[in-house]
Design a protein around this ligand. Structure first.
Ligand code: KET
Length: 428
């Protein structure tokens, strides 16, 4: 009897517990305080574009390359690499630091083919989840090993930089970059900010094709920036998401980094193959930190791996294989360089076309910045309200800071786009 009572009371307890879990009141109470997150200022634009049924719609929001028919592009070198890989590779885990071959080839692009730093094994580098993941790893590393430090971020910058360093709990400061009136670089204020930051500060620099402004320092200005960094003992983290998209030549686009290397800085570099190899969804990139010697580089790399291990353990293999297959084969690498130049040239052509169309429409405004800015974006100077009108009245989708992704402009939509821009900028 005693046994039966014990069983009966356990059963009753079990029933009431499962009923509690199953009831909607109990379920909803777990997350009752969760509010919807704000829309991402860039990826939210893609979501809105996809939801719009209009046949006229144009997406110049996200920085993703399109061909002249507005279609996503898979590079021929990538297709060929995939053919070579197909069926011949296993799907084992990569090491925590990713593909050694991919990382080796990636470092050559940033530091130079014959870099002494690579030869001396002074570069600590790991494969990262594209450029975002590379920045995020660095931010985490910075927090862990320089816990009192801050990060100086340009105004404006890629919106996700703010999220990345916020989540790593690194306080953010800003430095001047863009001069709205001239639609160019505010070099004097930038230099002042570099000078006035406490010695030994961390700065985020866009290596080339600054997002969103399309405005880069000249070579001479980079030299001055580097000298000032030297004088103040600052650390530069280069975000290089667009290598090849500024000039059409990845080697030329690495100039800012090479200047810092010549001047003997210890730097960090976040590299991405999203844009220049069109591997957006493959999430393949690299974070590297130039160290004092090999011993330090070994330690730094091991710590970067320690950050990766509990987050995602090890990075995905397919994209890394594509990259190492292309860059490890001289013929495929040549094809890639040709294709990068082709993408950059099409964008440059569209800059000219957009400007000409606006001028031919009789716009009273100056549009010369469209052709003066470089890289994937044109920072048009349009206000958020003007952008809202473009979207509502013309189904043209772009970020509210007035950034036009030139990669989404085609011979088919450039007139429509120019006309819409003309209408909203003339009447406000
Ligand atoms: N840095 C910069 C400056 C950048 O513009 C991007 C992407 C990234 C890093 C990261 O790219 P990844 O795909 O993680 O390698 N920018 C475009 C896409 C995005 O917002 O995610 C954009 O600005 O449209």
């Amino acid at each position: 009897m005693a046994l039966w009572n014990a069983v009966a009371s356990r059963l009753a307890r079990h029933r009431s517990w499962t009923a509690g879990v199953g009831s909607s009141r109990a379920m909803s109470s777990w997350w009752h305080s969760v509010e919807p997150a704000p829309k991402d200022p860039i990826l939210g634009v893609t979501e809105a574009f996809l939801a719009d049924p209009s046949p006229d719609k144009v997406n110049v929001g996200v920085g993703a390359y399109r061909d002249d028919n507005g279609k996503p592009v898979v590079l021929e070198c990538v297709r060929e690499a995939e053919r070579r890989i197909a069926g011949s590779m296993n799907m084992e885990y990569l090491p925590m630091g990713g593909s050694v071959k991919m990382v080796e080839e990636t470092l050559k692009l940033a530091y130079g083919d014959n870099s002494e730093f690579i030869k001396d094994k002074r570069v600590a580098a790991v494969q990262a989840l594209s450029g975002t993941g590379a920045c995020r790893l660095f931010a985490e590393f910075q927090k862990r090993f320089r816990p009192e430090s801050q990060i100086y971020i340009p105004v404006p910058t890629w919106s996700n930089h703010h999220n990345i360093w916020r989540d790593a709990q690194v306080p953010q400061r800003t430095y001047h970059y863009y001069h709205a009136e001239s639609r160019g670089l505010d070099f004097a204020s930038l230099m002042d900010d570099v000078k006035n930051a406490p010695s030994g500060s961390f700065f985020l620099l866009h290596a080339c094709a600054h997002n969103p402004t399309g405005v880069d320092p000249s070579e001479e200005q980079w030299r001055e920036i580097s000298q000032q960094f030297k004088a103040k003992g600052h650390f530069a983290l280069f975000d290089m998401a667009y290598q090849g998209f500024a000039s059409g030549d990845p080697e030329r686009d690495a100039k800012s980094i090479r200047i810092f290397l010549e001047d003997g800085h210890s730097i960090g570099i976040a590299q991405s193959y999203a844009k220049n190899m069109g591997l957006y969804g493959q999430r393949v990139g690299c974070l590297s930190v130039l160290c004092e010697d090999e011993k330090q580089a070994v330690a730094v790399k091991s710590q970067l791996q320690m950050i990766a291990r509990p987050m995602y353990s090890n990075p995905p293999v397919h994209g890394a294989l594509i990259v190492s297959t292309i860059l490890g084969d001289p013929e495929l690498k040549q094809l890639w360089l040709k294709e990068v130049k082709g993408m950059a040239d099409r964008i440059i052509g569209m800059r000219t076309a957009l400007r000409e169309n606006l001028e031919n429409l009789g716009s009273s405004l100056s549009w010369k910045h469209i052709t003066e800015q470089i890289g994937m974006f044109c920072y048009s100077g349009m206000t958020p309200e003007q952008v809202d009108r473009l979207t509502k009245e013309f189904h043209i989708y772009m970020t509210r800071n007035g950034r036009i992704s030139m990669a989404g402009v085609t011979t088919g939509n450039v007139r429509y786009l120019a006309n819409a821009i003309h209408v909203v900028t003339e009447s406000t």
